[in-house]
Design a protein around this ligand. Structure first.
Ligand code: M6R
Length: 608
């Protein structure tokens, strides 16, 4: 939620900040702004709308600036207007602040500061930070920010500058991500590493309760008590090309086509020489897997659907109860956990605050947590007891695609690994299934090569305003994921439903203008799903059947058929997911939607 960046160095500041913002735009795009310091004073530019609205006005900023801060917003407090866009200034225009997160006690602070004569120009929670720093400023920006932070409750990643201290940026974080990019004669602070790539590949992540003071040639980390913090920088493992579209019309399409690679990379290097499954990043995690009596997946959105898949797989392979919870519903009900419960947190970003809440709740209860995360070194990866990385690479499109398939790979892998480590799965079985998983790369490629039927369906039904996706058993989470994908990028109302449950209510909705996408790959419950499709047809709703290639009867009971390659029933989700993503993608494009930046959304949700 929101992307922030600060730059100090030798490059043209306005362009450098703007390029950095472009790399963070996936985090929020309802308004944006830049403040630069020209050696004497701070100049400000803000606009409602995404970065395209800001770009034509960049010339209005002084060219001789040597540092600045910038922000692309996803509104929480206050409408997406120019006034509410960041950076925010104090009363004198001497302190400028960009913020990602939520200041929970902002009302109280605002009232207090207003009573002391401060004038507020926005409705945001963030503006109080500029005024608080102003109150505390006595010639040392770092100290003023440190003192101001003591008053803040909630989550924040901040970058602050003062007109009185040219060349100095101060950053701080609590529960919202902030990284420091280390260049030669230039340094940066930003929400995420893509924003650093035009300047440097060397970075380090600030931890909760840490601050950074940065100039063009120096940087220092410290905690809130002012004590120095040591941290080794890391190399950012991808380059600028990864954050470009590479000839595709959108990031989403590029990422859909990167799925075979994401699948392969997540499985790569997981077998040791003796043929045992080995998850290097889980070694030395200290979780006693043999004492686990219960597994609870927690996650949000698409990651929740990968978790649901996990339940089917784990229950099939292991005699252990598995639950799946939506993270935002998990910790507020204070579920009873103990050291025999393993909490598996699934998250692309590793920063989703709801899921973080579950990880922290597990820690409070003494229950071990294991995260399945894509962003290396993210907060969840650091705070959970063990981590399994998905290696999908950077995902920019707001709709999760390649990270979903990588999560599926991770879930199969984790199931095999837990079964192996707990002595429940034979070594031969683990090896055989693992090599089958590897072979599925080709099946994913096949889905992506043959898109004609998907595009035909998209064209025929793209003007419908409701869709129902039906799946049963292990394919039910795919129906839910398909509905989420369609909703978020095309704004069509869609529901994912268990095929057998439809007759208990939703069937009342059906009519000839309400297409039903039925997932009916070949598997042991094929006949049951077929019966459910007949129930749909009896209500004259059009049926789009997604079936296994070679099924010659499907045309007899559907209006359209989309075929996916034949795979073992337990792995049908792997070939259904890309086909469903493509269907959602083409429908959204035919409706003229911006699939990379759907309205009201942000890629990383760091608020509750
Ligand atoms: O980073 P996370 O996996 O924790 O994010 C969870 C959801 O916010 C995310 O999956 C969201 O639903 C996506 N927009 C789905 O495409």
């Amino acid at each position: 939620m929101c992307g922030i960046i600060g730059y100090v160095g030798f490059r043209p500041v306005n362009e450098t900040l703007f390029r950095g913002l472009r790399r963070l735009e996936y985090r929020g795009y309802d308004s944006a702004g830049i403040a630069v310091h020209d050696g004497e004073r701070i100049s400000l530019l803000k606009r409602r709308g995404n970065l395209d609205s800001l770009e034509p006005h960049l010339e209005a900023l002084p060219r001789e600036a040597s540092m600045g801060i910038a922000h692309t917003r996803w509104a929480t407090h206050g409408h997406p207007t120019t006034e509410n866009a960041h950076p925010h200034l104090d009363c004198r225009g001497e302190i400028a602040v960009v913020h990602n997160g939520i200041i929970e006690n902002f009302q109280e602070l605002r009232e207090e500061l207003t009573a002391r004569g401060h004038r507020f120009l926005s409705q945001t929670d963030s503006e109080v930070v500029a005024h608080l720093v102003e109150e505390e400023y006595q010639g040392d920006l770092l100290e003023a920010v440190r003192r101001a932070l003591r008053r803040l409750e909630g989550a924040y990643a901040l970058v602050v500058m003062s007109s009185r201290e040219p060349g100095v940026l101060v950053g701080a974080r609590k529960d919202s991500p902030l990284v420091l990019g280390l260049g030669e004669g230039e340094n940066l602070l930003a929400s995420a590493t893509p924003a650093l790539l035009d300047c440097t590949h060397r970075a380090l992540a600030l931890e909760n309760g840490e601050m950074a003071k940065v100039t063009r040639d120096t940087w220092r980390l410290l905690d809130l008590a002012g004590r120095p913090v040591e941290r080794r920088p890391f190399e950012i493992p991808y380059d600028v090309a990864a954050v470009e579209k590479g000839g595709y019309a959108d990031f989403m399409l590029k990422e859909i086509y990167e799925q075979p690679q994401a699948w392969k990379n997540t499985l790569r290097g997981r077998l040791d020489r003796s043929g045992r499954l080995r998850i290097e990043e889980l070694e030395g995690h200290g979780i006693d897997l043999s004492s686990i009596r219960r597994i609870i997946f927690v996650s949000c959105g698409t990651s929740y659907h990968a978790s649901l898949l996990g339940r089917y797989i784990f229950e099939a392979w292991m005699d252990i109860p598995v639950e799946v919870d939506i993270a935002s519903e998990f910790y507020y009900r204070e579920p009873r956990l103990d050291p025999s419960c393993l909490v598996v947190a699934v998250s692309q970003s590793g920063e989703t605050l709801d899921t973080m809440g579950a990880v922290r709740w597990a820690a409070r209860c003494g229950a071990p947590s294991l995260s399945v995360v894509n962003v290396v070194g993210s907060m969840m990866a650091r705070e959970s007891d063990g981590v399994l990385y998905t290696h999908a690479g950077l995902e920019i499109g707001v709709a999760a695609t390649k990270t979903f398939i990588a999560q599926m790979a991770a879930v199969y892998l984790l199931g095999l690994y837990l079964g192996q480590e707990r002595g429940l799965l034979e070594e031969g079985f683990v090896r055989e299934v693992f090599s089958y998983l590897e072979s599925l790369t080709g099946s994913i490629e096949e889905v992506l090569e043959d898109t004609e039927a998907v595009e035909t369906c998209a064209e025929k039904y793209c003007r419908c305003e409701d869709f129902l996706f039906l799946g049963r058993n292990i394919n039910y989470p795919m129906a839910m994921e398909a509905a989420l994908k369609l909703k978020e990028i095309s704004y069509i109302h869609a529901e994912g439903y268990p095929a057998g449950e439809m007759k208990h209510g939703p069937i009342a909705l059906l009519h000839p203008g309400f297409p039903v996408v039925a997932l009916i790959p070949s598997d042991p419950i094929y006949d049951k799903v077929r019966n459910n499709i007949e129930e749909v047809r009896a209500r004259q709703a059009p049926v789009i059947a997604m079936a296994t290639r070679g099924n010659h009867e499907v045309g007899g009971f559907s209006d359209e058929a989309i075929f996916v390659p034949e795979v073992r029933p337990q792995f049908n989700p792997v070939v259904l997911a890309p086909a469903l993503q493509l269907l959602a993608y083409h429908i959204a494009k035919m409706r003229g939607c911006n699939v990379d930046q759907p309205r009201n959304l942000a890629k990383t949700v760091t608020v509750e």
